[in-house]
Design a protein around this ligand. Structure first.
Ligand SMILES: [Zn+2]
Length: 398
């Protein structure tokens, strides 16, 4: 990478400007379903820097696609969502959620970390790259509905891309918080239930003919609530949590059935069959020697009888985009790149990856996403901007 050009571009990153743009976005409440105003604000901000925003989606929930240098051969897209989760407990906030404040290098407000400030960084990066006439198309997908599954957001765009109705990006960067680490993979998901069986009886017979399914399930829950000793270097450990329990009908009857619902997140290489084998082993062990131990795993299956699940998705560190990232991070920050190997939920990145598009996550350091006093560290926004600029310059070199 040409150091002079890179240094010149990096020197134009303006912290105050990023904060101003982020405040503009945080100031517009945009709980999922009510994103119209914030989308219009983002569109105005883009148009103010001379980047035309094309609208997709519905009138009430617009989606922004804006592309610089549209004539270039390859397209890099930054994706960010502008919807936020509601303020669960206003009393728990010591700051005003919709009136962003900067304090001790932290920008506070709902969406400051998840993820309006990243969207502000993207707009600022376009503003800088616009002056450079790079031989690379660089765009943003600013979307609603990420917090509720993306059916009205990124999914709409990816469907259009798949159908050839919209330009297919060659590379996508998801700007969700990643603590300035490179996120190359996201866990998959397998949701299943375990039904534990007993025998209904009057409470009076609970120690004789009754078999209490809740008591059986209790053993099962404890057998499944544990750390899973598997590890993938791109993503970390799998996760498993028993999140729903249902049993019992009336207070004077021993319950015959108890159902638990388990959310299992998979790492690369794991399948639903692996999970079923693991759960079976855990439950067999828990019920060893119990003549009344009876359970079954219930989950949707496809036409061929296979479990329905979503495997982990990834873009390897040695993919084209992965390599450029590993190069852009030290060029921009002077520090070795690290992979984001931790617990984290999924992002819209999975949708682009499912469409076969190289996609990597990189974003700032923040705290309190979905909770009170959400904030983002402003210096991490500047660093994110540096990496985005370096990435674009490096990709533009071909
Ligand atoms: Zn988010």
């Amino acid at each position: 990478m040409d150091q002079t050009i890179l240094s010149e571009a990096l020197s134009r990153i303006d912290e105050a400007r990023i904060v101003k743009l982020a405040k503009e976005l945080v100031r517009v409440p945009s709980v999922s379903g009510e994103e119209k105003a914030v989308m219009n604000r983002a569109r105005e901000l883009l148009e103010a820097i001379g980047v035309e925003a094309e609208l997709h989606g519905s009138e009430d929930r617009p989606i922004i696609n804006a592309v610089l240098n549209p004539g270039a051969e390859r397209l890099l897209v930054f994706n960010g969502h502008l919807d936020v989760v509601p303020i669960a407990k206003p009393d728990a906030w010591t700051k005003a959620p919709w009136d962003p404040v900067l304090e001790d290098g932290r920008l506070y407000g709902r969406g400051s970390s998840d993820m309006k400030s990243s969207c502000a960084v993207m707009i600022h990066v376009l503003e800088i790259l616009k002056e450079m006439a790079l031989p690379l198309s660089v765009g943003v997908h600013l979307v609603p509905d990420e917090e509720r599954g993306a059916a009205f957001g990124s999914k709409v765009l990816v469907e259009k891309i798949t159908k050839g109705e919209m330009r297919r990006p060659d590379y996508v960067v998801i700007g969700e918080q990643s603590n300035l680490k490179v996120r190359v993979a996201e866990r998959g998901m397998f949701g299943f239930q375990v039904k534990f069986y007993g025998r209904a009886a009057h409470t009076a017979a609970s120690r004789t003919t009754g078999i209490n399914a809740i008591a059986k399930a209790s053993k099962g829950v404890l057998a499944l609530e544990h750390h899973i000793d598997k590890f993938h270097e791109w993503i970390g450990h799998p996760m498993q949590s028993v999140n729903i329990i249902e049993a019992g009908t009336v207070s004077n009857q021993v319950p015959a059935e108890c159902t638990i619902t388990v959310d299992r997140r998979l790492v690369i290489g794991e399948t639903a069959d692996d999970v079923v084998a693991e759960v079976t082993a855990d439950l067999d062990k828990a019920g060893a020697g119990d003549p009344d131990w009876s359970w079954e795993i219930v989950a949707p299956k496809d036409e061929e009888g296979n479990w329905v699940y979503t495997p982990a998705n990834y873009t390897p560190p040695d993919s084209e985009l992965g390599k450029v990232f590993m190069d852009a991070v030290p060029a921009a920050l002077g520090a070795e790149p690290e992979l984001y190997v931790t617990w984290a939920g999924s992002t819209d990145g999975r949708l682009y990856r499912q469409a076969g598009i190289q996609t990597i996550g990189f974003g700032p350091i923040g705290f309190g996403a979905h909770g009170p006093d959400e904030f983002v560290f402003v210096d991490s926004l500047v660093k994110t901007a540096k990496v985005y600029v370096a990435l674009a310059l490096r990709l533009a070199e071909g």
